[in-house]
Design a protein around this ligand. Structure first.
Ligand code: FHN
Length: 405
């Protein structure tokens, strides 16, 4: 249960996560072959189960280059990555001994594509998260199959068989020594039915320094909002927003509705300003090529994150809205305030109601000192009244300018 262990131990386990700010999510599976919705397309009846599974024949991984994936993820500025080891369709990316529904036995890729990625990501210094769907719509002993067709409703023996299988696969994943377990699909059963506490205990016993996302029916460590940016800070000390670059998790060539680099940077700073992380998704093609639009976004993001490192990693949530018309964050020791300027200012920035004296202000990434002008300071106080900061056009970033003070 959240908060079950001693707070210190949970804080220690989550320390890297709190500082990381950016992760890259990877949805890679057979759904990329037809370029359709991952798992949901058959569950919702847009394609028959048999036709969905025909995609196994097209998952080739012929151009799969895990070292390049890891390099690119690193270049984006991400500190961690989470890959779908098995989505709701039940197709495993590793050589599981619990089912032959895996890319080694059933696809022309004929090899475990997970091990090489974990290794490559680690060599780039990235923390590695493994996504695992608790529900498995392919397993014959899993009760819920198609949206309107249940295999069974109450059969303790079959559920026990499924539970054994699920624990078997989860235990196999512990051998990768993940820094993070990213569960999904918990909504179909209760914590008791999943044996969520036992899953958590198993993971912390096998991999004691790991962390677990919230989708384990209350037995995770941090909140996992999805897609819509939280308007207010989620009610959890640790959290991560997971989000697609276009409207799809997996590769869908027809979905060209990509957010721009600028829009994604603004979402990232929104998360940072509330003390959270952004887990941004990519969906590689069935041969392992990452679509060019996604590469461009990762590189564009990398340009900005590399320039603004000090205002990203290890920061904490900013000051309450009302002091500044935009996103803010604080350095870990709370001596530096960062202002993220996501629109071209048409005059000096205004910060009001500060309780601390401001010694200097500068542009993050190029160090230019900025002129500040205090208006309405009380003669008996060190605290500025209205503080204006000029940000000349030639020091502004093409996306989001960051001012430190
Ligand atoms: O059903 C999945 C969906 O396909 C995708 O994997 C996302 C990622 O967070 N999670 C589920 C829905 O919450």
């Amino acid at each position: 249960m959240v908060g079950q262990e001693k707070e210190l131990s949970k804080d220690q386990r989550l320390a890297w996560f709190k500082d990381a700010k950016l992760g890259i999510f990877i949805h890679w599976g057979i759904y990329a072959v037809n370029g359709i919705d991952e798992s949901w397309s058959f569950h919702n009846g847009y394609i028959s189960y048999d036709d969905y599974m025909k995609q196994l024949d097209g998952f080739t991984a012929t151009n799969y280059n895990p070292e390049y994936w890891a390099e690119l993820i690193k270049e984006s500025g991400a500190k961690y990555t989470v890959i779908t080891t098995k989505h709701h369709d039940g197709v495993a990316l590793w050589d599981t001994k619990y089912s032959d529904l895996n890319v080694v036995d059933k696809t022309p890729a004929k090899r475990d594509v997970l091990t090489s990625f974990v290794k490559a990501a680690r060599s780039e210094g990235l923390k590695v998260g493994l996504y695992y769907s608790l529900l498995d719509w392919s397993h014959p002993d899993y009760p819920n199959f198609l949206r309107d067709k249940k295999r069974y409703t109450d059969d303790a023996k079959r559920w026990a068989k499924f539970t054994k299988f699920n624990f078997g696969q989860i235990e196999e994943l512990t051998k990768f020594n993940p820094d993070l377990y990213w569960f999904d699909g918990d909504w179909e059963q209760s914590a008791e039915t999943w044996k969520a506490k036992e899953i958590r205990d198993l993971l912390l016993e096998k991999t004691p320094t790991t962390i677990i996302n919230s989708r384990l029916q209350g037995y995770g460590d941090y909140a996992t909002p999805e897609q819509g940016i939280p308007i207010t800070k989620p009610d959890s000390k640790y959290w991560e927003l997971c989000m697609t670059m276009n409207n799809s998790w997996g590769y869908q060539p027809n979905d060209t509705n990509y957010k721009s680099v600028n829009q994604i940077i603004r979402i990232l700073v929104d998360c940072i300003s509330m003390g959270g992380n952004l887990l941004l998704d990519i969906g590689p093609k069935p041969d392992g090529i990452i679509p060019q639009e996604q590469i461009d976004i990762l590189k564009g993001l990398g340009r900005w994150t590399n320039k603004h490192k000090s205002a990203i990693y290890g920061t904490r949530a900013g000051i309450p809205f009302g002091h500044f018309n935009g996103y803010t964050a604080l350095s870990k020791d709370k001596t530096i305030l960062y202002l993220y300027v996501d629109n071209k200012p048409n005059g000096p920035l205004l910060i009001k109601g500060l309780k601390n004296k401001v010694n200097r202000a500068w542009v993050v990434g190029n160090g230019t000192k900025l002129k500040t002008n205090v208006v309405g300071k009380l003669y008996w106080s060190d605290v500025p009244g209205l503080l204006y900061i000029d940000v000349p056009e030639d020091v502004q970033d093409q996306d989001v300018t960051v001012i430190a003070m």
